[in-house]
Ligand binder design. Structure first.
Ligand code: KPL
Length: 307
């Protein structure tokens, strides 16, 4: 199976390394000659596993404007770039192509289905932990699970038609209700990410600081109400309890949104809290705390990028 991967951040690099290691054809799609040069200088993807061992994987790479056909595409850009990434290679997709969208947030998946009704589109969510030490040098911080499910209206394929098997140390399963899984992830991200980004704190502070814990509780209550209005029954326990246990389990982590702020990158606030606030507006739900967080993160982002 030949996979093209668009988005060579931490998750894209993990996938590329694991597919390559499992003897699949894999090609990274890079946006500039400078990025191709960086890959060349790093001598492929450097993958550092949990036991600190490093391996180099000499994966292939090409530019977006290359015109070779694409049969299997994984897009793991940040959520705000999903649609432009998909559009940038749409002309290269074969008529039977599979496209997997793996990122935080909600909104782009639904937009992709509307824009490309003829495509076999899949959405994925992961609890794998990883970060980049340098361009194409990925450090595996934790082994989680990746769930993939079809989001387009086409006849679903079987597992073996899509999931490359074997797939190294990736733990991938098909999900019959991926929309629900994406909602659950968005709800957790809405509870944790904006508060950590605004307060410049590790996830654990949401449990140890009573003021932040109280705010997180209010955020969770609103998110649960919005989800219920959208027909989503999130977890088998209250969202607040789930958020507390995830903030505890990841106490030493900086959330992805705080990392974006620290590195002066755009955040995924529009695809997380923004998505939920839009749903709340449509359904006349009151979500003042989430709306406030949305505005505050947007302001912080603007202030940081213009500083
Ligand atoms: O997924 C995460 C993120 O930071 O985006 C959590 C679960 C909050 C862990 O940091």
């Amino acid at each position: 199976m030949h996979w093209h991967i668009l988005g060579a951040g931490a998750i894209g690099c993990i996938w590329a390394a694991q597919l390559y290691k499992s003897k699949h054809d894999v090609t990274l799609i890079l946006r500039s000659k400078e990025r191709l040069q960086q890959l060349c200088e790093s001598k492929g993807i450097i993958y550092q596993s949990l036991n600190a061992e490093s391996c180099a994987y000499n994966v292939g790479a090409e530019l977006v404007k290359n015109n070779t056909p694409i049969k299997n595409l994984l897009i793991c850009t940040k959520a705000y770039s999903t649609i432009s990434a998909l559009k940038s290679v749409a002309g290269r997709l074969t008529s039977d192509a599979n496209v997997v969208l793996l990122q935080n947030g909600l909104g782009p998946q639904q937009e992709a289905v509307k824009l490309f009704p003829e495509l076999s589109l899949w959405a994925a969510t992961t609890t794998d932990g990883a970060y980049l030490n340098a361009p194409f040098h990925v450090v595996r911080a934790g082994h989680g699970e990746t769930l993939i499910g079809m989001i387009s209206k086409k006849k679903p394929l079987t597992y073996n038609d899509l999931i490359p098997s074997p797939c190294g140390d990736l733990n991938i399963s098909l999900s019959a209700n991926i929309e629900h899984k994406l909602w659950c992830k968005v709800a957790i991200n809405a509870a944790i990410n904006p508060l950590t980004a605004l307060n410049n704190c590790k996830n654990g502070a949401l449990v140890s600081n009573t003021v932040l814990t109280k705010k997180m509780q209010t955020v969770c209550q609103e998110v649960e109400m919005i989800a219920a209005a959208c027909g989503q029954d999130l977890f088998d326990k209250p969202l607040y309890e789930m958020a507390i246990s995830i903030a505890n389990a990841t106490a030493e982590n900086y959330s992805s949104m705080l990392q974006d702020i620290k590195q002066k990158r755009p955040t995924e606030i529009e695809q997380i809290t923004g998505f939920l606030c839009k749903q709340a507006d449509k359904l006349n739900c009151n979500a003042p705390e989430n709306n406030l967080l949305l505005q505050q993160v947007k302001q912080l982002s603007t202030a940081i990028s213009s500083a």
